[in-house]
Design a protein around this ligand. Structure first.
Ligand code: ADP
Length: 190
């Protein structure tokens, strides 16, 4: 079983590359951002609660996203593996993921961290905001806050996975195809 954590700041290209990797390696793609946005679209209580955080560029509470991932893992019990996109985002979430996966005896195989310069992140998010309909992609101060939250709460996860010898930095600058190839070569060695 292959369990990949696709990691990187907002705008690093996780969603784009996750779609490529899931097809290439026959994995289930779990994006907490997508799962939360579908809850918002369905106007569920969870969605309404999450929206208050997402609109400000803040993280949704750990227990909410951990609960969502737990039920997705149960629903896809026969999967060949998973690609986690946008999860974990805090040390608490990473610990919970380890625990959930250990229950199935299939730990995280590797954490692939896309590295992209800050100005490029902002440019990409603003560009996406023109068509995505995502309000968190159109306002520079919200984007700046998401990047600050990433640096403060999410970036420490690099050390968390490094300590388990599972941290693989990947150059996330360049064409989508070039980056996909870099990721593919790494995953083949996991
Ligand atoms: P991006 O990677 O561009 O920020 P996402 O779709 O992954 O886009 O996330 C959008 C928003 O959803 C985040 O800013 C955050 O509010 C919320 N979110 C997504 N995943 C998580 C998570 N694992 N923990 C907490 N909040 C999350």
């Amino acid at each position: 079983m292959l369990n990949i954590v696709l990691f990187g700041p907002p705008g690093a290209g996780k969603g784009t590359q996750a779609v490529f990797l899931k097809d290439e390696f026959n994995l289930i793609h779990l994006s907490t951002g997508d799962l939360l946005r579908s809850q918002i679209a369905a106007k569920t209580e969870l969605g309404n609660e999450a929206k208050r955080f997402m609109d400000k560029g803040e993280l949704v509470p750990d227990e909410v996203v951990i609960g969502m991932i737990g039920s997705q893992l149960k629903e896809n019990a026969s999967a060949k593996g998973f690609i986690f996109d946008g999860f974990p985002r805090t040390v608490e979430q990473a610990k919970a993921l380890d625990q959930l996966l250990n229950e199935n005896g299939t730990p995280v195989s590797g954490m692939l961290a896309l590295e992209v310069e800050k100005q490029e992140l902002i440019d990409r998010l603003l560009e996406r905001g023109k068509t995505s309909g995502r309000s968190d992609d159109t306002d520079v101060s919200i984007i700046e806050n998401r990047i600050a939250v990433y640096n403060q709460k999410t970036a420490p996860l690099m050390n968390y996975y490094e300590a388990q010898s599972k941290y693989y930095p990947v150059n996330g600058m360049g064409s989508v195809e070039d980056i996909a190839l870099r990721l593919k070569m790494l995953v083949e060695k996991l």
